[in-house]
Write a protein that binds this ligand. Structure first.
Ligand code: BEZ
Length: 386
């Protein structure tokens, strides 16, 4: 039996043997998430979901007890490479799980690829992670930015939107989301007449809302999440735009945010790979367990954290607890049908979920399931050679 641990030394991946004793110790999970800033709630929900799955499995994943080494990445790409290198070199983590922000995730993916460390991305949709940067040791339990955006664009076109304005934080996730929306809208005969943006994580929306009012589009497509989504939806309503111009978005606009958005979110239509009222036995059980454990309702981020833990367990079980057996670990996840609360999904060749995207509408405190907007949607994985 061959046990191998990859150690980063002067930028090189060096293989060193693992002993039996080491495989019976706790598996060190480097959890790199935002615990402060506009995406803090998303990071907490991901961790909650991940921990819930461990608890359901009697405190273990794939037979290994888990030790967490946590880093608050602050959704700051400029600190990301240092943060992830510390997890690998100083803390000797066995696996990386993170993160929320696309810019930070791309830095994590680069280091994971260079060192051969297993990385599971539980949110960030950066297309490069399972596109140009794809690698056998990189997996995603969430989505690409293109997936919900494209589905929402198809729906908007079917609703007869001819002229849309987009608005987003100016970084990879927002840019890719807007691009995906535009691609589908144009295919359906509509067009984006104006792209508006502001730097992440700014929330000074007033001037941009004035520009939307002056442009008078048929609809607005907005990519915001977390604290910024709360403020945007409230400001959109306060500016009087909600009555006259339909507001669409990927579901991040209203997921995990409805308590704070209140009536200002009522009726909003979004597209996402999760909804609050799927009503399946699998989702009901998950929602009940989550609510009992955390005294909170779960959201899409909690589901993605939960599924990241499921994927890790599948790989570890196949590798008999030894995460350094990459071939067994990877092959098992590649052929798995992951029993997610969102509905079962498989991974594409580039390791991104192939999944149904739901159309949802906000009713009170829920993103209610309306219909399946796009069945089994696979990201095109542009640039992935694997
Ligand atoms: C991202 O940066 O990829 C992202 C952040 C929050 C929600 C969705 C995507």
């Amino acid at each position: 039996m061959k046990f191998v641990r990859y150690t980063l030394l002067a930028g090189l991946a060096i293989a060193t043997p693992l002993t039996m004793a080491q495989t019976s110790t706790k598996l060190k999970v480097g959890l790199m998430l935002p615990y402060t800033g506009t995406y803090a709630a998303l990071g907490n929900a991901i961790e909650n979901g991940f921990r819930l799955r461990i608890e359901e499995q009697g405190g273990k994943l794939g037979g290994r007890e888990i030790e967490f080494i946590k880093v608050d990445d602050e959704s700051d790409p400029s600190k990301a490479t240092d943060n992830v290198n510390k997890l690998i070199k100083r803390d000797n983590v066995d696996v990386l799980v993170g993160t929320v922000h696309s810019g930070v995730a791309m830095a994590m993916a680069k280091v994971a690829k260079d060192t051969g460390t297993i990385l599971i991305v539980p949110n960030a949709g950066a297309e490069a992670v399972t596109g140009a940067m794809c690698a056998p040791n990189i997996f995603r339990s969430s989505f690409t930015n293109w997936q919900p955006a494209y589905a929402m664009g198809e729906v908007a076109a079917k609703k007869g939107v001819k002229k849309a304005v987009t608005i987003t934080h100016k970084y990879a996730a927002g840019d890719e989301s807007v691009k995906g929306f535009r691609e589908a809208l144009e295919k359906g005969g509509g067009q984006v007449v104006k792209d508006l943006s502001l730097p992440f994580p700014g929330v000074e929306f007033q001037a941009l809302l004035t520009e939307i009012a002056a442009t008078k589009p048929d609809a607005v497509y907005a990519f915001f999440a977390g604290g910024a989504a709360v403020k945007f939806v409230k400001d959109y309503a306060a500016a009087g735009l909600k009555k006259s111009i339909p507001l669409y978005g990927p579901g991040f606009l209203t997921d995990g945010t409805l308590d704070a958005q209140g009536a200002d979110a009522d009726g909003l239509i979004t597209a996402l790979h999760y909804a609050d009222s799927l009503g399946t036995a699998r989702d009901n059980a998950f929602r009940l367990a989550y609510a009992k454990t955390y005294k909170l309702q779960p959201d899409v981020y909690a589901v993605q954290g939960y599924d990241a833990a499921q994927m890790l367990a599948i790989g570890l079980t196949a590798a008999k607890g030894d995460i350094t057996k990459h071939a067994q670990f990877t092959a098992a996840i590649e052929k798995a049908r992951i029993d997610s609360p969102r509905g079962p999904f498989t991974l594409s060749k580039s390791h991104n979920p192939v999944q149904d995207i739901y159309l949802r509408q906000v009713v009170g405190k829920e993103n209610k399931f309306v219909s399946v907007a796009t069945k089994a949607l696979a990201d095109p994985a542009r640039g992935c050679r694997m």
